[in-house]
Design a protein around this ligand. Structure first.
Ligand SMILES: Cc1ncc(C[n+]2csc(CCOP(=O)(O)OP(=O)(O)O)c2C)c(N)n1
Ligand SMILES: [Mg+2]
Length: 327
């Protein structure tokens, strides 16, 4: 077979893999919402439903040993980078086999094996960590790249600019991925962000682009170019992904008075990341509806058994309460 025939097949497989990853994140988050509503999960969680194409498109362009730092809305980032669904659920339920032995919960999941340096509940807090990881990669000559995920709310945090300034001066292999979902908690970005977002990194000479965050193929393609230039030593980049969260700021934010149902419907029906990819592949006659249906059935099976595993798992023993806790 000529490479010309192999390549489209491999490309299709990769697109279906990205679809599966997005479907897995969505099913995971829907299940988290059920656990919250059923009073089985302690605390709150910030759901990533609607934003799946960002985490998947970005992480698909990374190596396993590349680094990511995450946010309070971090489940999608962790899963896209390769975290185990069972250990994620276990962590959310406070169980011993969880990523932090059940002591971190939703907003503190870290997984060194997949290069995940951790979620961070301090808005903008992980910009310094990702930039430090990129400095370390450069000094060690490891060829690794670090990605810093953050929301539009973090655009108001000074640390981001201090870190980006150093990254530009030292040409560090770090990519700042801004998930612009139009709101920080209950406030629209129009009331908090002055001027053009991209002009901020550009003022420091950081390569910056904006992409449709609901289009996983576009996110992936843009990210690949940014990762390649970072690995070549050409320095940091900034990627603004325009996206939308379908649920409230967190699972308890059910009224969402700060935005309209029409706006939500528009994003859910016309700009859904899973539907966008599926309809494009079907229009190109590369896959049929049954392929996507099958993926959802498989994913549901995986999620159901993982959540059962976590529900059955033990809590940490009382005498371990102060172990593995650093603050
Ligand atoms: C330094 C800091 N200030 C305030 C908060 C409270 N807080 C938690 S999430 C959030 C909004 C974050 O918005 P954004 O960065 O746009 O992320 P999104 O929730 O939209 O994904 C705020 C203000 C915080 N966690 N950390
Ligand atoms: Mg936001």
């Amino acid at each position: 077979m000529s490479t010309q025939m192999i390549e489209p097949r491999m490309e299709l497989e990769q697109h279906l893999h990205m679809y599966r990853q997005m479907a897995k994140i969505r099913a995971f988050e829907e299940q988290v919402n059920e656990l919250y509503k059923g009073a089985k999960m302690p605390g709150l969680a910030h759901l990533y439903v609607g934003e799946e194409a960002v985490a998947v498109g970005v992480c698909e362009a990374l190596r396993r040993d590349d680094f990511i730092t995450s946010t309070h809305r971090g489940h999608g980032h962790c899963l896209a980078k390769g975290a185990s669904v069972s250990r994620m659920f276990a962590e959310l339920l406070g169980k011993e086999p969880g990523y932090c032995r059940g002591k971190g919960g939703s907003m503190h999941i870290a997984d060194p094996e997949t290069g995940n340096l951790g979620a961070n509940a301090i808005v903008g807090g992980s910009a310094g960590i990702a930039t430090g990881a990129a400095l370390s990669a450069k000094m060690r000559g490891s060829g690794q790249v670090a990605v810093c995920f953050f929301g539009d709310g973090a655009l108001g945090q000074g640390l981001l600019y201090e870190a980006m300034n150093m990254a530009a001066l030292w040409k560090l292999p770090v990519i700042y991925v801004c998930e612009n979902n139009l709101y920080g908690e209950y406030t629209p970005g129009t009331e908090t962000v002055a001027g053009e977002i991209l002009s901020r990194p550009r003022a420091m000479g950081v390569h910056a682009e904006s992409v449709d965050g609901q289009d996983v193929q576009a996110v992936y393609a843009t990210m690949r170019r940014m990762v390649e230039r970072a690995r070549r030593g050409e320095g940091p980049a900034f990627l603004e992904c325009k996206t939308y969260r379908y649920y409230g700021h967190h699972v308890g934010d059910v009224n969402r008075d700060y935005r309209t149902r029409d706006e939500e419907r528009e994003w859910m029906t016309n700009r859904d990341p899973l539907q966008t990819l599926a309809s494009r592949l079907m229009q190109q006659r590369l896959a049929e509806q049954s392929v996507f249906d099958r993926i959802h059935v498989d994913v549901k099976g995986e999620i159901d058994s993982a959540v059962q595993y976590a529900l059955d798992a033990p809590f940490p023993k009382p005498d371990q309460v102060d172990q593995d806790v650093y603050a």
